[in-house]
Design a protein. Structure first.
Length: 154
């Protein structure tokens, strides 16, 4: 009888910890909701694009972009629950215009390699004249040979 009280307190603690962790994970997933499930746009009006091929989900949102921007900046967020995000984004990322010309990023400001969640800003020089559309390509992240994110420039 003496130990029954301690067993009940222990079980209650385990249940509370479990639900606390579960709710935290649900909240994190809600913050990384894929663009296909919501009409997600940035403050500048540019749509967030999502590639959720396992094991890595990537969300990209232009934050400085288009005909009037001096540089083109994209918020990039990676999320995985297996492996580590160790890729050098300056090497695996490129921008391709509607004529097939390829451009490399000039900087990455964000979290360094490692971990399961990584976020930052990828910067490219602005294309002048602005093309009809651009595709941001990320190669070999999470074992996926290529991921493509496309925006029309109006």
């Amino acid at each position: 009888m003496k130990y029954l009280f301690y067993i009940i307190i222990g079980l209650a603690t385990i249940v509370l910890v479990y639900f606390g962790v579960f709710n935290r994970e649900q909240s994190q997933r809600a913050n990384h909701q894929p663009a296909e499930q919501s009409a997600n746009t940035s403050q500048g009006g540019w749509e967030t694009k999502t590639d959720d091929q396992p094991p890595v989900t990537i969300n990209i949102t232009p934050i400085e972009f288009g005909r009037d921007a001096k540089v083109w900046k994209f918020t990039v967020a990676f999320d995985t629950h297996s492996g580590s995000l160790d890729d050098d984004l300056l090497k695996v990322t490129s921008l391709v215009d509607n004529e097939g010309s390829t451009y490399q990023p000039i900087s990455w400001e964000g979290q360094g390699p490692g971990g399961h969640h990584r976020e930052g800003v990828l910067t490219f020089g602005a294309l002048d004249p602005a093309p009809l559309y651009v595709e941001l390509i990320i190669k070999n992240v999470g074992g996926v040979s290529g991921r493509s994110f496309k925006w029309n420039i109006e």
